[in-house]
Ligand binder design. Structure first.
Ligand code: ADP
Ligand code: MG
Ligand code: MG
Length: 474
């Protein structure tokens, strides 16, 4: 797609204003200001068959992750080597073990998941001619603080406006509808309702300086719009200990004396979010309570990269899914993903990556972007970790080579548009509510597209690399 004829300063200004006025925003430089989120001016073309497949398999992924989160033996077995060497995962795991031993107070959990994918270019030979095919490949499954549904929900209207003012009205039918915010708000309301006390509030836990405040607030506003009687309180993880209490008689959670129905974590996925022991005590206190957690500690652990690596082993998905066809559909989205435990298998994977480091990504058990190791650093890091049990803190994944499309990126910190080839990552949102026995709700609620300049390793928007985008299906 050649967009170059339809760009000029007026279009840039109007696009920035549209984003600002309609809530495609993030935190600004002062506590009372917002600025527009980085975005691509035009939608990125994306094959409809891959897009539809990602949406179709989401509810099965939701089912698998729910079941994994309830399989304490599997979680313990899989995370055993990681928790020996990774302090953060160990601390999460300790919280989990405590509540498992005491008996879980609230069996219902709420999952707001986002499964992320990229297209992978690969060559195939048909007869004498060689063609390049693009396959949908999974990057990761997020089970905590899956973000940007608030901003992504504004994109269909944004795209229709931009395509209209730039003379591309004919493309508007190729913009898919998208309303993940509404679906997530319905999930939060369903959990609140299952809790069963209409005067109990939803507690949203955020960072001290929440860069993604606009996205988070969209969630409260969407809940309020659908169900005005649901009240929200918002508190940073570091301040929680001043306000929350657990009733020892009935395990109810109170925030400043008000009962809490649902705890929705938009923080707590990074070691830095826990500045001192009291923050870990807050996490444990909440986990011990009757409140429905999004996510519960076990669902958080089910989203670790180590679990993803184990799920990709032959035969493991089959433990959680009866339908062989669904197993196949999900497995088709996996690239090679390898354990780096100090075993023969781990040694072989490390040797393979040291030989061809540019073919792999090294991933620690972290979230939020900016933590992976690429290129030559894969080899040097693995050589340093050779024979050390610390190697088990990582997993190794084949590098996905996404096709690039020309586009224009507008970032809030600069007046200058960035024009060039961009690669995209598709996210699919799913909402699950379940307990030990069953899954009561499992819905696919929408999508997200994020793009970055080709050649940039990481795609985090808040971390400063990526930009919000949306697909143009073909
Ligand atoms: P996080 O939980 O920190 O978001 P990810 O696994 O999503 O971790 O990795 C961060 C980013 O790194 C992704 O958004 C993507 O841009 C890039 N990335 C991750 N895995 C791969 C891969 N296998 N191939 C290519 N890029 C990858
Ligand atoms: Mg993640
Ligand atoms: Mg990610």
């Amino acid at each position: 797609m050649d967009w170059s004829t339809s760009i000029n300063d007026t279009v840039f200004d109007k696009a920035r204003m549209w984003a600002l006025i309609n809530g495609i925003t993030c935190k600004g430089p002062t506590s009372t200001s917002l600025r527009h989120a980085p975005f691509l001016l035009f939608p990125s073309i994306f094959p409809a068959n891959s897009f539809n497949k990602a949406l179709q398999i989401q509810s099965t992924i939701g089912e698998v992750i729910h079941k994994v989160s309830r399989d304490s033996e599997f979680l313990l077995e899989v995370l055993k080597s990681t928790i020996e060497v990774d302090d953060f995962t160990r601390k999460l795991y300790e919280v989990y073990k405590i509540v498992l031993n005491e008996g879980v107070a609230q069996e219902i959990s709420l999952g707001i998941l986002r499964t992320d994918y990229m297209l992978n270019k690969h060559n195939s030979n048909i007869g004498v001619s060689q063609t390049t095919e693009e396959e949908l490949k999974m990057i990761e499954i997020n089970t905590i603080a899956s973000s940007f549904a608030g901003l992504a929900s504004q994109f269909p209207d944004f795209r229709r406006y931009i395509l209209n003012i730039t003379g591309h009205t004919n493309l508007i039918p190729q913009i898919p509808d998208n309303a993940p915010l509404k679906g997530i708000a319905e999930g939060l309301i369903a959990a609140w309702s299952l809790y069963g006390n209409p005067s109990a509030v939803i507690l949203m836990v955020v960072e001290d300086i929440p860069n993604n405040i606009a996205d988070q607030m969209h969630h409260e506003f969407a809940v309020k719009k659908l169900k005005p009687e649901v009240d929200f309180v918002i508190c940073s993880l570091s301040k929680l200990h001043q306000y929350i209490k657990l009733s020892h008689s009935n395990k109810n959670l109170y925030f400043e004396g008000v009962e809490v129905s649902v705890v929705y974590y938009r923080a707590g996925y990074e070691p830095d979010h826990y500045s001192c022991d009291s923050d870990w005590e807050s996490r444990l206190l909440i986990e011990r309570s009757n409140a429905i957690k999004c996510p519960s500690i076990n669902l958080h652990l089910a989203g670790t990269k180590k679990v993803q690596q184990e799920l990709a082993r032959p035969g493991v998905l089959e433990r959680y899914l009866q339908d062989a066809n669904m197993v196949k559909e999900i497995q088709e989205t996996f690239v090679g993903i390898y354990s780096l435990d100090l075993t023969e298998e781990g040694d072989l994977a490390a040797a393979m990556a040291i030989k061809n480091p540019e073919r792999y990504v090294l991933k620690p058990q972290r979230e939020g972007g900016g933590n992976n190791v690429y290129g030559k650093d894969v080899a040097s890091t693995l050589l340093k970790l050779c024979c050390l049990k610390e190697r088990a803190a990582y997993i190794l994944m084949e590098l996905i080579k996404a096709p690039a499309r020309n586009n224009v990126m507008l970032r809030p910190e600069s007046d200058k548009p960035i024009v060039g080839p961009m690669v995209s990552e598709l996210g699919v949102y799913g909402v699950t509510i379940g307990n030990k026995e069953s899954i009561m709700l499992n819905r696919t609620v929408g999508h997200l597209l994020r793009s970055k300049l080709q050649g940039t390793d990481e795609g985090g928007i808040v971390a400063g690399f990526g930009a919000l985008d949306s697909p143009l299906l073909y």
